[in-house]
Design a protein around this ligand. Structure first.
Ligand code: UD1
Ligand code: MG
Length: 469
């Protein structure tokens, strides 16, 4: 098979989004529209991926530069189209970067859900020599370019605005995706004119040129409208988001994940589940999340960049928010119980059987096996030993206003309620901290440490009484 060079068109304005963000950078399932297209293109292992930029080019080019394409064999680059004189003009800008021996695959930056196997079928139909158009039957084809055939043979594409009433009745439309031998494409592009109702250079005019030159034109028709739907407005973006979420939920169900309601889960990233995972309603998963065997996630949880080991239970209304970098991911050990209403922040690493209860916040802290913080507490920059019991209302004072410091709590420590551990500080293993203590100095293993005003009691104390008027 000939080498493939991909052109992704992303120079258009996207006026109907009514947004200051470039259209192709709006997000679907947590990833920019253009990111979805680049990912799918990358999976085809093409020689080059050329993104045509124009409107808000700096933003789009910045996004492309930040892509992990360095990990793939394909060269990813942007080419500017200034001004934007139509889709044919857009591809003309890429022409100098398209080697003559290859096939050019044209994609749209605002058609995010196109799939690899659909593109492979299109490339197979192109077979290095033919002009292959991806088409679909639209119930309402208005606005699209119509596929005009004579008998079965494709003759041309006529744009809606240039079409006759009879042509407008055609339901088969061009999706904006084609595969074409690059040498011939370049030849045809050089002959485009803008003599049409919009005064644009139409890429679609190459079809009639191909027919006139005796080249074979084939239409590869897809039945899956969602894959070729473009995003032009917030309504269309929301519709495609739902379509993607629904498909993803079905995929999870088919893998054996038990979703309380497949219409009420949102995955904005990747969610990997082992066997017998249960997810209750209205949960959101972001970034990279893995759930081990038998994990249960209660209703209304938001879980980002986290790895939750087998048998752990996350009760309703928890926010687990790992950072993007692997070191900042949240780790929850096997059999742990989290929540309800718990907050685990970047770098929270909980070992097996840890319990984190309601209104407890954990940040950049390691809790060893069996440690418990069950109510209203804060653990930041702390190393917590095995079986520690950390009392209600206790906090680590980890920040002195300028720097963060660590708190170390040894194995089997019991911290009473309402304690403040002022870091840097170490509570020795097996020690006990009396409720209400403010601990500023390291404590010996096994010691009882109490740091609060001594209690006094005055017998028979008479409360002040209101004076008579
Ligand atoms: C185009 C097709 C039409 C097809 C439809 C599918 C042409 C002439 N028409 O129409 O047959 O049914 O897509 O959605 O190709 N773009 C640029 N530079 C430009 C103009 C457009 O990069 O100068 C990009 C846009 O950002 C967009 C894509 O090309 O990603 C398609 O452009 P758009 O203006 O939406 O084309 P349509 O008129 O919808
Ligand atoms: Mg369009």
């Amino acid at each position: 098979m000939a080498s493939v060079d991909v052109v992704i068109m992303a120079a258009g304005k996207g006026t109907r989004m009514k947004s200051s963000i470039p259209k192709v950078l709006h997000r679907l399932a947590g990833r920019a529209l253009l990111g979805h297209v680049v990912d799918t293109a990358t999976r085809l292992a093409p020689r080059n991926i050329i993104v045509i930029t124009g409107h808000q080019a700096e933003d789009v080019e910045g996004f492309i530069r930040a892509q992990p394409a360095a990990q793939s064999a394909s060269a990813l680059q942007c080419v500017r189209q200034q001004p934007q004189l139509g889709t044919g003009h857009a591809v003309q800008q890429a022409a100098p970067h398209l080697p003559e021996d290859g096939v050019t695959l044209i994609l749209n930056g605002d058609v995010p859900l196109i799939q690899q196997n659909t593109l492979q079928a299109l490339l197979a139909d192109c077979a290095g020599t033919r002009l292959a158009l991806l088409t679909v039957d639209m119930p309402d084809p208005s606005g699209y370019g119509r596929i005009v055939r004579e008998g079965d043979a494709v003759q041309r594409i006529v744009e809606h605005k240039d079409a006759t009433a009879a042509q407008r009745a055609i339901r088969e439309i061009y999706t904006g995706v084609m595969a074409v031998p690059s040498a011939r494409l370049k030849h045809w592009l050089s002959r485009l004119s803008n003599d049409n109702s919009q005064g644009e250079y139409y890429l679609t005019d190459i079809v009639q040129m191909a027919v006139a030159d005796g080249a074979t034109v084939v239409a590869t028709k897809t039945a899956d409208k969602v894959q070729v739907d473009g995003v032009n407005s917030p309504v269309q973006l929301a519709e495609l988001e739902r379509a993607w979420q629904q498909r993803n939920a079905t995929r999870l169900l088919e893998q054996g994940v038990r979703l309380a309601d497949p219409a009420r889960i949102d995955v904005r990233g990747t969610l990997q589940c082992a066997a017998d995972v249960e997810i209750d309603i209205n949960c959101v998963f972001e970034g990279q999340v893995t759930l081990g065997e038998g994990v249960r996630i209660g209703a209304h949880c938001v879980v980002a960049n986290a790895h939750i080991a087998a048998g752990a239970v996350v009760q309703p209304f928890c926010h687990i928010e790992g950072g993007k970098a692997a070191a900042e991911h949240v780790q929850v050990g096997a059999g742990a119980i989290i929540g309800p209403f718990a907050r685990l922040r970047p770098g929270a690493q909980l070992a097996e059987e840890v319990h984190i209860g309601n209104f407890v916040e954990v940040k950049n802290s390691t809790l060893a096996r069996g440690a418990k913080a069950n109510h209203l507490a804060y653990l930041g920059d702390a190393t917590v030993g095995e079986r520690v019991n950390y009392g209600a209302g206790s906090i680590t004072a980890n920040y002195d206003g300028a720097n963060k410091h660590r708190t170390v709590i040894g194995d089997d420590v019991h911290v009473g309620s309402n304690c403040v551990l002022i870091a840097p500080v170490t509570v020795g293993a097996g020690g006990t901290v009396g409720g209400g203590s403010t601990i500023t100095k390291d404590t010996e293993p096994g010691a009882l440490s109490v740091a609060r005003g001594r209690q006094i009691s005055i017998p028979n104390w008479k409360r002040p009484a209101k004076k008579a008027p």
